[in-house]
Design a protein around this ligand. Structure first.
Ligand SMILES: *Cc1c(COP(=O)(O)O)cnc(C)c1O
Length: 420
């Protein structure tokens, strides 16, 4: 990595993010809640604004000029997303509101229509509620059974336990690529290979990997992959589902309405070709186009560059957190280069309540998250009611980590003096 001699990545890109240049409670904002949502570069904001100022129009319907411009940009953004995850075809990319909707699409369209009583769905105990509740719905309605992969000794995905759970009854495996709480990177290649032995389908929740590392759905060989635009520099209200073409073809529509049809009669209809079959109604047009701009922005930096820079930050974050004896970080440690896990740390600090910690840090301009991070079952598993979480992105600096650590030490000392 050349970053030590060169200017660090964050210093080159921070000027692109207008929101970062402000004070909160008279302190420069230190935004460390990127696992919840990322900030947006000017290029994305401009793209959204440009759409509404110059060519706002409905897609796929009109023959007028503006509708043509909107349709081209909307479909162009889909091509960008397809390349971003290395899908074989743009028809394999379905726009959704977010990752949650993408998982629900698979659950309702494929799950409800395919699963039989006694079929098994394998999830893990670390799944985000978005990759749990839809499968609870499906299990309740079909009689399918949910099975959960436990954590190993390093608080990571237990591959041996996974292997012991998967068998002839397994019809679906749905797992996070990277955990939003533990930060562990799950072994997708092995997960898919084991599922394939039994003909089970695999869905990968890439919400915490798509923003941070290169993705290749063909190399992963997963059946579906989902992500949210708002965590990867894009707007809210737009996400996507990748699915293998033949599989998407075999799945019935999820929502009915305009845009998803071919021929409509009063009592029946035929459906549009992929991906439009799954895109009922007027979509989030400007948001999709702006997500395309986010993909351009990330590609211009390079996902490898982002991943390498964040590994460097991870090593530094963990080294600095290690200075504080009261702090207990959950999930695996990074290797010496900061690799093998995400640039985030969910932690507790002795008796200090994570919400109090977050409130005190906010007074110093530092945004961290406190709570269960939509992983309540996991928090029960690790025996913490809630945790504090600092999560980084490529625009964060070592200096911001220093500011965070200093404020964290002050907060722990303050609460120590009250309770101690
Ligand atoms: C954020 C997140 C989700 C849900 O994303 P939404 O944008 O809220 O739909 C699902 N899984 C993981 C791992 C996440 O981090």
């Amino acid at each position: 990595m050349t970053l030590a001699t060169d200017k660090p990545l964050a210093l080159k890109v921070r000027q692109d993010f207008p929101i970062l240049h402000q004070s909160i409670h008279d302190h420069p904002l230190v935004y460390l809640d990127n696992a919840a949502t990322s900030q947006k570069p000017q290029a994305v904001i401009d793209t959204l604004r440009d759409y509404y100022e110059r060519y706002n129009s409905n897609v796929h319907r009109g023959v007028h000029t503006l509708s043509g411009l909107a349709t081209d940009a909307y479909e162009g953004a889909r091509e960008k997303l397809a390349k971003f995850v290395n899908a074989a075809s743009h028809q394999e990319i379905v726009y959704t509101r977010n990752a949650s909707e993408a998982i629900n699409l698979v659950a309702y369209s494929w799950g409800l229509n395919t699963l039989q009583p006694g079929d098994e769905i394998v999830l893990s105990v670390m799944e985000h509620h978005s990759n749990l509740i839809p499968w609870q719905f499906v299990a309740q309605r079909t009689g399918a059974i949910l099975k959960f992969v436990e954590l190993d000794a390093t608080e990571s995905f237990d591959l041996n336990h996974y292997e012991s759970l998967v068998g002839d009854r397994t019809k679906l495996v749905s797992i996070a690529h990277v955990s939003n709480t533990l930060g562990c990177e799950n072994p997708v290649a092995a997960i898919v290979a084991i599922a394939r032995k039994f003909g089970a389908k695999v869905l990968i929740d890439a919400c915490q990997s798509a923003p941070h590392m290169p993705l290749d759905v063909q190399a992963m060989d997963c059946d579906w992959l989902v992500a949210s635009g708002h965590k990867m520099c894009g707007p809210t209200g737009i996400g996507f589902l990748y699915g293998k073409l033949d599989l998407l073809r075999s799945m019935p529509p999820f929502l009915g309405g305009g845009e998803m049809i071919a021929d409509v009669f009063l009592d029946h209809a035929t459906y549009a070709d992929l991906p439009h079959k799954f895109e009922a109604g007027t979509p989030a047009i400007g948001e999709a186009i702006a997500l395309g701009a986010a993909v351009d922005y990330l590609n211009a930096i390079g996902m490898d560059t982002i991943h390498a820079y964040e590994a460097d930050l991870t090593a530094y974050l963990f080294a600095r957190l290690g200075e504080i004896p009261e702090v207990r970080v959950y999930g695996p440690q990074p290797d010496s280069q900061g690799r093998g896990r995400a640039a985030l740390a969910s932690f507790t600090a002795g008796e200090v309540h994570p919400h109090d910690l977050s409130t005190i840090l906010d007074q110093a301009g530092i945004a961290i998250r406190a709570g269960h991070h939509c992983t309540q079952p996991l928090h029960r598993q690790i025996k913490a009611q809630s945790t504090a979480r600092a999560s980084l992105y490529f625009y964060n600096t070592r200096e911001e980590i220093d500011t965070f650590i200093a404020a964290l030490k002050d907060a722990i000392a303050f609460f120590g003096s009250i309770f101690g």
